[in-house]
Design a protein. Structure first.
Ligand code: ADE
Ligand code: ZN
Length: 335
């Protein structure tokens, strides 16, 4: 089974590129950019990665991102992610980035997007991984700031597939971001949003009805509302679940408390993703292995999760079919 989890082609749909900043690269970039970190060793950083909720993580995540200054830093960050997941048979990645984390510190939007874009192009050549970029608005900041960020992104819209909504969820409901999402949709960006991670099921309704999202990021609290679950099943709205993230951020006490198996059994389009792998102790393969152990997933479940990952992706149909065919080949060979 471990080999099957490893070998199966997969897509990652919920990955914050800033959350893939490994401590070793953080030190390297800090040195390169003459920044003094409050940590002296990799071990010291890792020790600090003890979280009791989303906010306790976000504080340290925004701190870590401060080492990213130049275009090449963003490039190196994204290339390190691609290099890490290529051996895990990730064939496609939809990558969140948080421009406001950087523009607020005086880093130009162009610096961020140019570095990430070049890495996406090179990853296709070097690792045969395709990718899409999804710009996330920080929901703890006002909508006016999100609109400014969207305006900065418009000249680069051919490089950006979608928009998302992340950061502190509780107290910052999707309804606060209706105007910016409307403008983004009008400009051809595909909308997604984090909802139902720490926030209530009501935020998932709002993301669907007011922001008109095509996927829900996390969504693990959907079972608090059976009517919502019916809707998610009926409309086949994908949920990008991040198991090790939910465990590390104390959304659940133990992995087996997550409704992942229940989602699959109900016919929800659930996928397994890594969220912020450098902070939560695992990339997509480690997340899948942890789920296999926690839920006694069988081969068909793993196959279904991988199939969902391609079906829920924003790649075009011909690409999708190619991936699904490869997936089918690996699955058939293994049975
Ligand atoms: N930004 C990075 N990771 C996040 C998460 N899990 N939830 C909300 N915002 C995030
Ligand atoms: Zn996330």
């Amino acid at each position: 089974m471990e080999h099957f989890i490893h070998a199966i082609p997969k897509a990652e749909l919920h990955l914050h590129i800033e959350g893939s900043l490994e401590p070793s690269l953080m030190f390297e970039l800090a040195k390169r950019n003459h920044i003094t970190l409050r940590f002296k060793t990799v071990e010291e950083i890792k020790k600090a990665y003890q979280f009791n909720n989303l906010q306790s993580f976000l504080d340290i995540y925004y701190e870590g991102a401060q080492v990213l200054i130049k275009e090449e830093d963003f490039y190196d960050l994204a290339m390190a992610y691609f290099a890490r997941v290529a051996p895990q048979n990730v064939r496609h990645a939809e990558i969140f980035f948080d421009p406001q984390t950087h523009t607020q510190r005086g880093i130009p939007f162009e610096t961020v997007i140019n570095g990430l874009r070049q890495a996406c192009l090179d990853a296709k050549e070097k690792f045969h991984i395709t990718s899409n970029l999804i710009l996330c608005f920080l929901r703890h900041l006002p909508e006016t700031e999100a609109i400014k960020t969207l305006d900065q992104a418009l000249p680069f819209k051919d490089w950006i597939t979608g928009v998302g909504l992340d950061s502190s969820e509780k107290g910052f409901p999707p309804k606060l971001f209706q105007r910016v999402f409307e403008k983004a949709r009008g400009n051809g960006f595909i909308p997604v949003a984090h909802a139902g991670e720490e926030g209530p099921a009501e935020y998932i309704w709002e993301a669907l009805d007011l922001l008109k999202v095509k996927r829900i990021d996390h969504g693990v609290r959907c079972f608090e509302d059976p009517k919502l679950v019916d809707r998610l099943v009926e409309e086949q709205i994908p949920l990008t679940v991040c198991p090790l993230s939910n465990l590390k951020l104390c959304v659940v006490d133990q992995l087996k408390d997550l409704p992942l198996k229940k989602m699959l059994d109900k016919g929800l389009v659930a996928t397994v993703n890594s969220d912020d792998p450098a902070y939560f102790g695992g990339y997509i393969e480690e997340n899948s292995l942890a789920c296999h152990q926690a839920f006694q997933l069988i081969k068909d479940d793993i196959y279904q999760l991988a199939k969902n990952s391609f079906e829920a992706s924003f790649i075009d149909l011909s690409e999708k079919q190619k991936h699904l065919k490869d997936l089918e080949t690996v699955y058939q060979k293994s049975t």
